[in-house]
Design a binder for this molecule. Structure first.
Ligand SMILES: Nc1ncnc2c1ncn2[C@@H]1O[C@H](COP(=O)(O)OP(=O)(O)OP(=O)(O)O)[C@@H](O)[C@H]1O
Length: 335
């Protein structure tokens, strides 16, 4: 990344965002007071176990929350303007144009009865107001951009490999020229070689189109591959936000440490993921204090009673009582 992009105001600001889901008359908080900023061209990983709130965070940013979701607090700003994320109709012009999402499992997202060129052209017609001819030309360019020869556009989804279908999904996500792409487990279903190719493609597109990337994954090795920064989520909150180098060299939160230790180490022959002991929390019955305390090997008395805060926005944050005094010292030193 260039120095100038560091100096610019954030492209996206998520400010104390909370989202609840209503199910059978009961409401539960999926994400709680999530704050972070994303700069143009930055690549950030959002990592955590299943149910930690990664997808909910992404869907809120992209304006794609399910109908039973409710924004219960906070806001999202894109280029300093507040997005109407709680208003489906008002959000329509923003959707796919500013932030676009690549989901896992392209076979489910693509229409099996339409040729891929038609499916890529569709958003260009609907969102950019292009004629059919212009949209087809643009779709051919997009195919080439994601490494598929334009003439393959006549294929149906089932005629393509899993990796090619995921490239088609990326082409569709790029159709309306967004400045942020969110990959939601975009490579999870692919074999290791294809996964590496798709991550390489995302990296190339990032620098070619100055795209910012948010990669949602439970796999820290994906983040190590292609992100500048990583945010670790647990039970709907960010518990650590750090540069990728820092998080691997010096993870601060005990949950981050366990996540890193759980990565299979191919070099040492340990290929099996070591699960983190204990169960992920039930959001209907969130543990008091730090939600990780029942599983934490370093838990202290205060952890069961006080929620550790994550005050400032930006890398180098950790929400853990073990690090509280050092954070408070830093804040005092800057005051
Ligand atoms: N449509 C929904 N209705 C009710 N609850 C939901 C809905 N979507 C998600 N949740 C709940 O919200 C919490 C956060 O889910 P979310 O999908 O954001 O987590 P995640 O970290 O992305 O998990 P995964 O890796 O499994 O996708 C979970 O407890 C989940 O069960």
């Amino acid at each position: 990344m260039t120095n100038s992009s560091h100096d610019m105001a954030p492209l996206l600001e998520i400010d104390r965002l909370s989202v609840d889901y209503g199910l059978k008359g009961v409401s539960s908080r999926a994400i709680d007071c999530v704050s972070f900023a994303l700069r143009a061209g930055e690549a950030v990983g959002l990592v955590g176990e299943s149910g930690s709130g990664k997808t909910t965070t992404a869907m809120a940013i992209a304006g794609l929350l399910s109908p039973n979701a409710r924004i219960s607090g906070g806001q999202v700003r894109y280029r300093s303007n507040r997005l109407p994320i709680d208003d489906d109709a008002a959000m329509r012009p923003h959707r796919w144009s500013e932030t676009s999402v690549v989901f896992q499992g392209a076979m489910n997202a693509l229409n099996p009865v339409h040729r891929i060129i038609k499916q890529i052209a569709e958003p260009c017609i609907l969102k950019l107001g292009m004629s059919r001819g212009e949209a087809t030309t643009r779709a051919r360019e997009l195919l080439e951009l994601v490494g598929i020869p334009a003439d393959r556009g006549t294929a149906y989804p089932h005629e393509l490999s899993g990796g090619m279908r995921q490239r088609v999904m990326i082409a569709m996500a790029l159709a309306c020229r967004p400045s942020i792409i969110i990959g939601d487990e975009a490579t999870t279903a692919l074999d290791v070689m294809t996964q590496a190719q798709i991550l390489k493609l995302l990296g190339e597109l990032r620098s070619r189109l100055s795209l910012a990337l948010i990669l949602i994954t439970h796999d820290l090795s994906v983040v190590a591959e292609c992100c500048d920064r990583v945010m670790i989520m647990y039970a709907g909150r960010i518990v650590e936000d750090s540069t990728v180098d820092e998080i691997f060299a010096q993870p601060k939160h005990p949950y981050t440490r366990l996540l890193i230790e759980s990565i299979p180490n191919l070099a040492s022959g340990k290929r099996v993921i070591r699960p983190i002991p204990g169960d992920p929390p039930n959001l209907m019955n969130r543990p008091s204090g730090c939600a990780f305390h029942p599983r934490c090997p370093s838990a202290m008395g205060v952890c069961a009673t006080e929620v550790p805060s994550l005050d400032k926005v930006g890398p180098g944050r950790v929400a853990c009582h073990l690090h509280r005094s050092s954070q408070e010292d830093k804040v005092a030193a800057h005051a």
